[in-house]
Design a protein around this ligand. Structure first.
Ligand SMILES: Cc1ncc(COP(=O)(O)O)c(C=O)c1O
Length: 385
């Protein structure tokens, strides 16, 4: 009686089973996979956040498919602060980046149409695509002293059914940004073939280098959807506030916005208190981001200090985001290794295959882990080899 698109294998994998058993036994765990910022000991301006949610204007209902203008203006100002010219009229508020993806997938793709996605990358895409009947085609990212898009493979992956290219900027977990020349090439490929760029910028504000990377939100050289939200930017995933910005050739943009309006109007999914609080939540991003960036830098420095004292493992270059990728001896599968690290050292890490790394020998560590846990977990991890 169920749709085939929901025929997922829901059996827990060996690592999640091992983790559940380890936790059930009440053993102490050094968790180097944390991604929920509200559980990482960052300081939030609690009164300001809670006060922002009690705006009396929330007592009236003003349905608008794009979302409340005051919130969209605040998002446009966020881009303005980065010197990116984005109009509030081109912004649609959503409850999450995932929901923004679903609007875009629904608008661009008939069942069976294809989207190109980077590999390695974030594992949620498979479910998002299944639910929207979209087929994902992976384009490899190559590593050689830094990550880059394999454009040859990307172009080979294009078929008459390809509707767009997803770019995660910076990517999770590789932490690399699309470079100026890569953006120009993506624009050329997409505009020549009537395809869209779908840019996921949830980690845009977390670069490790001083020079700020441009957003796709003001990209006008190809049809572009730019997705972001407060879950990472302000560290508030529980508030369920995100957005989608549309940019590109004017005639295309008019049509895209009109169609998106119908999709968004069908759901009107973002609630009034959160929309009214969005300007305040965005204002609070600076203090959150300072804490995250300084923790990420300190954890990375600690990792490098420990790596310098051994020879078996190394780390890949990281330009931004919340993760580090470790290259470790591929003496067993990533999954076996993660299970062994858990059961013998009490350390939890993500195996590379979770993100579709092309081979064994990669582990992913969260750089927003509390410093003490990170230092001790890393010490135990590296002493394993
Ligand atoms: C690359 C990327 N995009 C989107 C998301 C999810 O964002 P949201 O909470 O807005 O759906 C995540 C969450 O980890 C992510 O890593």
């Amino acid at each position: 009686m169920f749709a085939k698109r929901t025929n997922w294998n829901l059996a827990p994998n060996r690592l999640s089973e091992a983790l559940a058993a380890y936790r059930a036994a009440g053993k102490p765990l050094l968790d180097l996979t944390v991604s929920n910022p509200t559980e990482c000991g960052f300081e939030y301006d609690r009164p300001a956040i809670l006060n922002a949610l009690s705006n009396p204007a929330a007592l009236s209902y003003e349905p608008n498919p794009r979302g409340l203008e005051s919130a969209r203006r605040a998002v446009a100002a966020y881009y303005g602060d980065r010197s990116e010219d984005v109009s509030a009229e081109d912004i649609f508020l959503t409850t999450s980046t995932s929901e923004a993806y679903s609007y875009v997938f629904r608008m661009l793709c008939d069942p069976g149409d294809e989207l190109l996605i980077p590999s390695p990358s974030y594992p949620l895409f498979d479910f998002l695509a299944d639910i929207q009947d979209v087929r994902l085609v992976r384009y490899p990212l190559l590593y050689d002293h830094g990550w880059q898009i394999d454009f040859h493979a990307l172009e080979q992956g294009i078929t008459p059914r390809t509707r767009g290219v997803i770019v995660v900027h910076p990517n999770n977990p590789t932490g690399h940004f699309a470079k100026r020349a890569e953006i120009a090439k993506l624009n050329a490929i997409c505009s020549a073939r009537g395809m869209a760029i779908i840019a996921d910028e949830v980690f845009l504000d977390f670069p490790l280098e001083e020079n700020r990377r441009a957003s796709f939100a003001a990209n006008r050289d190809a049809p572009t959807f730019t997705l972001s939200g407060l879950s990472k930017i302000s560290g508030l995933p529980q508030m369920k506030a995100a957005w989608l910005a549309v940019s590109g050739p004017q005639q295309w943009k008019n049509e895209a916005v009109a169609r998106l309006e119908v999709i968004a109007d069908t759901y009107l999914s973002v609630n009034a208190p959160v929309q009214l609080a969005t300007p305040k939540f965005l204002e609070k991003r600076h203090t959150f981001q300072e804490q995250v960036i300084s923790r990420v830098r300190r954890n990375l420095a600690e990792l490098d200090r420990q790596l310098a004292a051994q020879r078996a493992s190394s780390r890949l270059t990281v330009e931004g985001g919340w993760c580090a990728v470790l290259r470790v001896p591929a003496v067993r599968s990533d999954e076996d290794l993660a299970i062994e690290l858990l059961t013998t050292r009490g350390v939890s890490v993500h195996p590379g295959h979770f993100y579709e790394f092309p081979s064994d020998g990669y582990l992913v560590l969260s750089l927003i882990t509390r410093e003490q846990t990170f230092a001790e977990g890393t010490r135990r991890l590296l002493s394993f080899f």
